[in-house]
Design a protein around this ligand. Structure first.
Ligand SMILES: Cc1cc2nc3c(=O)[nH]c(=O)nc-3n(C[C@H](O)[C@H](O)[C@H](O)COP(=O)(O)OP(=O)(O)OC[C@H]3O[C@@H](n4cnc5c(N)ncnc54)[C@H](O)[C@@H]3O)c2cc1C
Length: 424
């Protein structure tokens, strides 16, 4: 079984890469460990409207359009949004299946229930060892491998990049519930409720809500399920008398930065894309859009390299340059913004929420808020608010304890013990 490209993983990033390479006439195989694409579901499916275009799908995957969000910290809250649609809630399983179906139409072969368990470079090829649910084990040969196999990527481990360099993982637990009708998305921040990250409630539009908590597994002292219970108890006005329909969860490999002087997503005859390459926004944990952008870059490099017959790491490095040029700055800034928020106590977070509730700042957020490219909004907010500007500047300057000092400064501004007061 010889292929030009084997893609490991039939998530959106893998199938989209495969489709574009097969469209140029190359023999492409996608290996997916699960028998059904898109199952099990491990995602809220909250994306920007532009994600539909890049995924090549239409309204048939959209469950709901969301115009605004309310951010909560304790009893402080901030409503954002206006009339623009900021986010869509997708049927994530359907999205994966449609992207895969489009790839199949372009000639991609799919191996369902095929778990990749080993890779080896042999005689100018890569041999891929596969455990099949049916039909026994299999060995396939390919000129190039794309690892699109998610947060626990076997391909990244084989390349030796999985444990190298900075790593930030959030663990997310989610419940689909039937409850009180909700129009906006809700975000819950606070160190007790969601240590190291945040909670969310996304309305599906038919009385169902996807409700979740993401936390830093090292900072959370309790099981994520307990955090979800805590969230339900803390906001009875939103979550009283709801019925849990199902639970899901998973790890989210947040973008953490790059290794000094090293390529993080390519090696000889191999590239990583999507969660496998940690191309995930640290602010929101969203990885669908970024994975699809990277898939375009990976496919362009694969087509050129396969055509020219040079599959060395240096030939594939154009992929890493391309995705970094389209996503790198946003991912880096998102990581910085996350660091800033992590350094704040709950009192300080409440104060920031109240600060952002101040009319002109709220207008900046509603106008420039963009879940894929939030840095433009943060830059404008920073210009408008000197304390925030200082926080962001210091977050880039080690040592990070400067942020703590500034955070204490903010507490003082906020009224000594941290009882937030409305600015201005
Ligand atoms: C609880 C939760 C909520 C989330 N909510 C959102 C959200 O609202 N919006 C958003 O944009 N992102 C969200 N994400 C992140 C998003 O799900 C990922 O960033 C996205 O799925 C990444 O796509 P991918 O194609 O890179 O990988 P994946 O979708 O993870 O696909 C990887 C595929 O590889 C397969 N695979 C793994 N190992 C092997 C192997 N050895 N052999 C063969 N196949 C293998 C897996 O079965 C899987 O199908 C959320 C994540 C979690 C955990």
């Amino acid at each position: 079984m010889d292929y030009d490209l084997i893609v490991v993983g039939a998530g959106p990033a893998g199938s989209a890469t495969a489709a574009k390479v097969a469209a140029e006439g190359f023999r492409v195989l996608v290996l997916e460990e699960h028998p059904v694409i898109g199952r099990p579901l491990q995602c809220s499916g909250f994306v920007s409207p532009r994600t539909l275009d890049i995924a090549g799908v239409g309204q048939e995957v959209v469950l709901n359009s969301v115009k605004g969000a309310v951010v909560h910290c304790g009893q402080a809250s901030l409503a954002l949004g206006g009339e623009r649609v900021h986010g869509l809630v997708l049927d994530r399983t359907r999205l994966d299946q449609l992207v895969a179906a489009a790839a199949e139409k372009r000639g991609v072969a799919f191996g369902h229930g095929c778990k990749v368990v080993g890779l080896e470079r042999v005689d100018g090829h890569v041999e891929v060892r596969v455990e099949r649910r049916r039909g026994g084990d299999m060995l396939a040969r390919t000129r190039l491998v794309v690892g699109a196999d998610g947060w626990n990527s076997v391909v990244a481990r084989w390349m030796g990049v999985a444990r190298a360099g900075p790593t930030i993982r959030a663990v997310g637990i989610e419940a689909e519930v039937r409850g009180r009708a909700m129009e906006k998305a809700h975000v819950f921040v606070g160190n007790r409720m969601a240590p190291g990250w945040f909670g969310w409630a996304v309305p599906l539009g038919d009385g169902r809500i996807r409700l979740g908590v993401g936390a830093d597994p090292e900072a959370a002292r309790v099981h994520p399920r307990a955090l979800l219970e805590m969230l339900l108890e803390a906001y009875p006005e939103h979550f009283a008398s709801l019925k849990v329909l199902s639970y899901s969860g998973g790890f989210i490999p947040l973008y953490a930065g790059r290794r000094n002087g090293c390529l993080d997503s390519v090696a000889d005859r191999v590239m990583l894309v999507g969660d496998a390459a940690r191309q995930v926004k640290s602010t929101s944990g969203g990885g669908i859009y970024t994975g699809l952008v990277a898939a375009e870059c990976a496919a362009a490099t694969a087509v050129r390299a396969l055509g020219e017959g040079d599959l060395s790491a240096s030939a594939l490095a154009s992929y890493e340059r391309a995705w970094r040029s389209r996503l790198g700055q946003e991912l880096e800034r998102g990581r910085d913004v996350r660091q800033v928020f992590l350094s704040l106590s709950d009192d300080q977070l409440q104060w920031v929420l109240r600060l952002f509730g101040y009319g002109p700042l709220q207008r900046i957020i509603s106008r420039y808020g963009d879940i894929d490219y939030p840095s433009a909004m943060f830059a404008r907010l920073a210009v408008a608010t000197p304390p925030l500007r200082a926080l962001i500047a210091l977050s880039r300057t080690p040592p990070l304890h400067w942020m703590g000092i500034l955070g204490r400064g903010i507490s003082k501004l906020a009224g000594g013990g941290g009882n937030g007061v409305r600015p201005g």
